[in-house]
Design a protein around this ligand. Structure first.
Ligand code: ADP
Length: 395
């Protein structure tokens, strides 16, 4: 009986031990799996965090506005690329104060204002330096759940270009008003004198009426040129680009201006070679040549000569020229003549019915053909206007 009892007990103990071993192994496996899962989720969390950080950084750096984030002690936590560009800095701004880095007194003052006001909108700031950038700052204090200040965010908008455009527009409106007022006041003056009795003398009346007619023409040219400029700038004029043979176009311009040239004893020559082809809008091109030849007649010598030429350059461009033998343009005005309303000799331009817009129209049209225009002149020997156009193959 005893031996059976002992061997039965031993078997039970062995079985119990085996069961315990299996449970222990299972428990170990479960713990290892849990640890691995935790490692995985930790890794995933880290990946997601770094992805979110990279997205945030990409977002900040792709912003046009400069962004500056300060901590509660006024030290820079983050500055995006636009901000570094605005302030022309290449050093790492993080951890430093505004006065250590950007050195603009208004900024620490602004941060102090934020402590009291919470937000500051539309503060304008002029950066010192050669290009005098004008910035607008919007700033806000960052508060925690208890209303304690944790830092501040400053957003900078660059207003320089906007301001320049506004100045140009204001200047243009002022110039246009002035240009319109001059002939109008002259017309009014002559009409009043006629009404006051000058009409009694037929010779005086005719002279006054001719002057009125001339100034009315000036007004018409001015309005036509203003409309052309406005249409060109607003993109209303769409270029009708085709292969265009240049010699016949130069011929047409010469025909149109022949009478005007004869009045001033100017001879016009068409030296544009046959077969020279440009990829251009024929009507606009004719307008460019018309303005240049018209100027060459108006401001050239009398008697004088005006020559139209053209060559094919090595880089597949056509270079057209209009050359006169007049008094020329002073060196300092050679680039400025393409500005609106710029005239070398104001009285001469007005007397010739000039609007001051002819060459800016020329420049606009040439540039919209992806060409360039420039003037060369030797005082006393004449002026040559050059412009380029893309070449076209003969069809
Ligand atoms: P405008 O209507 O006064 O002729 P433009 O824009 O056509 O206006 O020309 C601007 C100025 O450039 C003219 O007023 C004139 O002083 C100068 N200019 C243009 N072409 C010539 C030229 N061929 N010779 C000398 N001066 C010129």
């Amino acid at each position: 009986m005893w031996p059976f009892l002992v061997s039965g007990l031993a078997l039970a103990l062995i079985l119990l031990h085996l069961w315990w071993l299996r449970r222990h192994r299972q428990a170990r496996r479960t713990i290892l799996k849990l640890k691995a899962d935790r490692r995985d989720s930790e890794e995933r969390r880290r990946q997601m965090e770094s992805q979110a950080r990279a997205q945030e950084e990409a977002l900040f750096n792709s912003m046009i506005e400069g962004v500056l984030i300060l901590d509660g002690n006024g030290r820079i936590q983050l500055a995006n690329r636009a901000l570094e560009k605005l302030f022309a800095t290449t050093t790492d701004l993080r951890g430093k104060t505004l006065m250590e880095t950007l050195r603009i007194h208004t900024l620490p003052e602004l941060v102090n204002r934020l402590a009291k006001e919470g937000t500051v909108d539309g503060l304008e700031l002029e950066l010192p330096g050669l290009d005098k950038r004008l910035l607008q700052v919007n700033a806000t204090a960052v508060l925690d759940s208890k209303g304690q200040r944790q830092g501040s965010i400053l957003v900078f908008h660059d207003l320089t270009r906007l301001k320049q455009l506004e100045n140009t527009r204001q200047e243009f409106v002022a110039n246009v008003s002035h240009e319109l007022r001059t002939p109008l006041s002259l017309i009014k003056g002559y009409v009043e004198t006629l009404l006051e009795g000058a009409r009694e003398d037929p010779a005086v009346a005719v002279r006054f009426l001719q002057t009125i007619d001339k100034h009315a023409d000036r007004l018409t040219y001015l309005i036509e040129d203003l409309l052309t400029i406005s249409r060109l700038e607003s993109g209303q004029i769409v270029l009708n680009l085709h292969p265009v043979e240049l010699r016949p176009i130069a011929g047409r311009v010469i025909d149109d201006l022949q009478a005007r040239a004869a009045e001033r004893s100017v001879t016009l020559f068409n030296r544009v070679p046959e077969g020279l082809m440009a990829h251009a809008d024929a009507d606009r091109l004719q307008q460019v040549l018309f303005n240049l030849v018209d100027n060459a007649i108006k401001y050239g010598r009398t008697p004088g000569q005006v020559t139209l030429g053209g060559v094919r350059t090595e880089d597949h461009l056509i270079e057209m020229t209009v050359q006169d033998d007049g008094p020329g343009i002073p060196q300092e005005s050679l680039t400025r003549v393409f500005e609106r309303f710029y005239r070398v000799d104001k009285a001469r331009s007005r007397e010739q019915g000039g609007t001051g817009l002819g060459l800016s129209i020329v420049k606009h049209i040439v540039q919209s053909h992806r060409g360039e225009v420039w003037a060369e002149s030797e005082p006393g020997k004449g002026t040559t206007f050059h412009f380029t156009l893309p070449e076209a193959r003969k069809v």
